[in-house]
Each structure stands twice: as structure tokens, then as C-alpha cells.
Design a binder for this molecule. Structure first.
Ligand code: GUN
Length: 293
């Protein structure tokens, strides 16, 4: 059996570490970290994610502010909300939950966020710093994956790493982080996407396979090398009448078959997912303690 990379347990460990630091800050009479989350509209998944982020803040002793806005808010008004939070010295970190309604430019809103408070690591300034290997806020999912590789002592130096999917939020930054000089890092990286030829063959060359393309069960056993480390970023609801909820969650990887070949693998749920919130909290602590800027 492969090592099951337990993101749930690891995220709890990280949250406990952050909570211990918050307790110290309080004792020293310092300012408790404060995260502001902006949610536009009433998209169900976004509400769930934002509520989970706010709840996690409470759990570990951070302050949080949730700003809920109607989905017909104008771009100008939203930019003003971001500006007000940028200038509010009580708030250390700011996230604007994506996606935004179509009439609002995600580029304009992202660029408006002060890099010092951009704990999602989405601004051009922070993506650039990440690519340069400068201190920065690395966005939540890639940061969570790097943390899992580190805490499970997975050797990445000199290994072949194949990333499937080139999204701005996961695939592209993952490819940069794995190739960067560091530990984890120093891998030989191939970034694959919808136009890649011979994808199964390339995937099979991976010592470390990171899958973030958003297709349920896409990676099957024939695409995986014996002994590979497999990181599954996908999360999909599949109808399942045998479950009380009526559905089950699966990833981009066919877990049952791939687990037979992998040396280590992240499950869905309980793998990469829980790490994202832990990363956001870590970044907010870095912001509050002025460790990056
Ligand atoms: N939408 C999906 N993932 C994320 C995330 O990590 N941050 C924000 N702000 N929005 C998202």
C-alpha cells in the first residue's frame, strides 16, 4: 500500500502551530492577525469556501471580517471596497473570492489589492516575486502542496515532475515552484495541458505527478509509473444514491487503481483540499508579522 498523504491531519497540525503563535502574540500584548474576505454575489460554492475560511480564523484566534456584496455591485464600487480595506491599518490580509460576476474585471480588482495584504498571492507583484524566488505569499493550493511534500519528506531534487493543467491558480505556479531552487523544488518539470501530445506517455515518465485539470477520474493506472508520488488537486461531486448525502467526492485521479502503483498519494477528500485554508492562514500570519514586506 502507498503512503496516504493526509492533508486533513497536516492542516490540523499547521492550524495548531498558528494558534500557538497567536496565543503568544496575545500574551505579548501584540495585535492579533486580521483577515478580510470579500464575497460578491451568492454562488453556493464560493459561500461555502468563504464561510470555511472565516470559521478557520475563529478556530485559531484570528480576527476576521466578511464583506458580503450584491452581485449587481459596480466595478467601481468594488474597487472602492478593496481600496478601503487596503488603507485600513486594522486589517492585515485581504482576499476577494473568485469567480467575480462577468461585468467586473478580475484583472482590475486583483491589481487593486495591495501586495502587502494579498494573502492569496494573486497580484502580479506577488506572482512575479514567486517566479523570482523572492519572499512572497504563495497562493493557497500550490503552497499547500509544497507543504505536504516538505512535511512528508518527499525527495523532489532531480526528479521528473509532470504537472497536468496550466491554470493561473494551480498548474502554472506549481510548475514554477517545483522547478525553483529550493526544497521542495529542483525538479525537472514538464507542464502539460489540453494541447499536449502523448499526455499519457509523458505522465508515465513522472516521479511526481501533480494533477489539476478538473476532470473526474482522468488519471488512470496506465498513466502512472510504478512508485510515483501522485498529488490530486481535483474535487468533483459524483451522484451516489448509496450515500446519505446523495453524492460522493472524487478527484482527477482514479484513486483505487492508481493507489496500487503509487508510492504515495493524496486522497480526495482529505488530501490537498484542507491544506488550502491552512496556507491562507499561514500567509495571513506572515502579513500580520510583516515577514514578507
Ligand atoms: N476561488 C477558488 N479558489 C480561490 C482561492 O484560493 N482564493 C480566492 N480568493 N478565490 C478562489
Amino acid at each position: 500500500m502507498p503512503t496516504i498523504i493526509d492533508g486533513k491531519k497536516t492542516s490540523e497540525t499547521i492550524k495548531n502551530e498558528i494558534a500557538a503563535r497567536v496565543a503568544e502574540i496575545k500574551q505579548e500584548g501584540g495585535k492579533v492577525p486580521h483577515l478580510a474576505a470579500v464575497l460578491v454575489g451568492d454562488d453556493g460554492a464560493s459561500q461555502t469556501y468563504v464561510n470555511a475560511k472565516v470559521k478557520a480564523c475563529e478556530q485559531i484566534g484570528f480576527e476576521s471580517t466578511l464583506v458580503r456584496l450584491e452581485d449587481n455591485i459596480s466595478e467601481e464600487e468594488l474597487l472602492q471596497v478593496v481600496e478601503d480595506i487596503n488603507e485600513n491599518p486594522a486589517i492585515d490580509g485581504l482576499i476577494v473570492q473568485l469567480p467575480l460576476p462577468k461585468h467586473i474585471s478580475v484583472e482590475k480588482v486583483t491589481e487593486k489589492i495591495k501586495p502587502e495584504k494579498d494573502v492569496d498571492g494573486f497580484t502580479p507583484a506577488n506572482v512575479g516575486r514567486m517566479a523570482l524566488n523572492w519572499p512572497t505569499y504563495v497562493s493557497a493550493t500550490p503552497n499547500g502542496i509544497m507543504e505536504l511534500l516538505k512535511r512528508y519528506d518527499i525527495e523532489t531534487s532531480g526528479k521528473n515532475c509532470v504537472v497536468i493543467g496550466r491554470s493561473h491558480i494551480v498548474g502554472s505556479p506549481m510548475s514554477i515552484l517545483m522547478a525553483r531552487n529550493g526544497n521542495p523544488g529542483n525538479a525537472t518539470v514538464t507542464l502539460t495541458h489540453s494541447r499536449t501530445k502523448n499526455l499519457p506517455e509523458i505522465a508515465k515518465s513522472a516521479d511526481i505527478l501533480i494533477v489539476a485539470l478538473g476532470k473526474a477520474g482522468f488519471v488512470t493506472a496506465d498513466m502512472v509509473k510504478e512508485g510515483a508520488v501522485v498529488i490530486d488537486v481535483g474535487i468533483h461531486r459524483i451522484e451516489d444514491s448509496s450515500k446519505k448525502s446523495g453524492f460522493r467526492l472524487v478527484g482527477d485521479v482514479n484513486f483505487e487503481e492508481v493507489a496500487e502503483k503509487a508510492s504515495a498519494i493524496t486522497p480526495v477528500p482529505g488530501g490537498v483540499g484542507p491544506m488550502t485554508i491552512a496556507s491562507l492562514l499561514s500567509n495571513t500570519l506572515l502579513a500580520a508579522e510583516k515577514k514578507i514586506y
